[in-house]
Design a protein around this ligand. Structure first.
Ligand SMILES: Nc1ncnc2c1ncn2[C@@H]1O[C@H](COP(=O)(O)OP(=O)(O)OP(=O)(O)O)[C@@H](O)[C@H]1O
Ligand SMILES: [Mg+2]
Length: 108
């Protein structure tokens, strides 16, 4: 999971004040892994929180991998668009095969 300041040229107060965004990313990721794998603790997972643009970080992380798996949409984007910009970048630039997982259609 990556974290990125959307406005790198601006100072933006952290929320909650004084918090470390990368530490918040790390704990959000830990919650997701726990939620998904709670009943399957034998599955080996290396959870990594990184600061940087998600499209670039994922493509770099895919170097030497067998498969890159992403969702079709994330938390942002425009309703009605089939692929978000990160998943689109991954299918266009990944050095390994990519699987895009679609969830339930969002209501528009
Ligand atoms: N910060 C991130 N860290 C890790 N994976 C991410 C991150 N952002 C996106 N992804 C991956 O990319 C997939 C598609 O998300 P994407 O960001 O492309 O869609 P979106 O948020 O709906 O649109 P956009 O970001 O273009 O506004 C996600 O399901 C996830 O697998
Ligand atoms: Mg997004």
């Amino acid at each position: 999971m990556t974290w990125q300041n959307p406005f790198p040229d601006m100072w933006i107060p952290s929320d909650p004040p004084g918090s470390d965004p990368l530490a918040l990313t790390r704990s959000a990721l830990a919650r997701v892994v726990e939620e998904v794998l709670g009943e399957h603790p034998a599955v080996a997972v290396q959870a990594t929180a990184v600061s940087g643009p998600p499209a670039r970080v994922l493509v770099e992380a895919a170097e030497g991998a067998d498969l890159l798996v992403v969702g079709s949409r994330g938390r942002g984007g425009f309703a009605g668009v089939m692929l978000g910009s990160v998943s689109l970048h991954c299918v266009s630039h990944s050095p390994c095969p990519v699987v895009v997982v679609r969830g339930a259609a969002k209501s528009v």
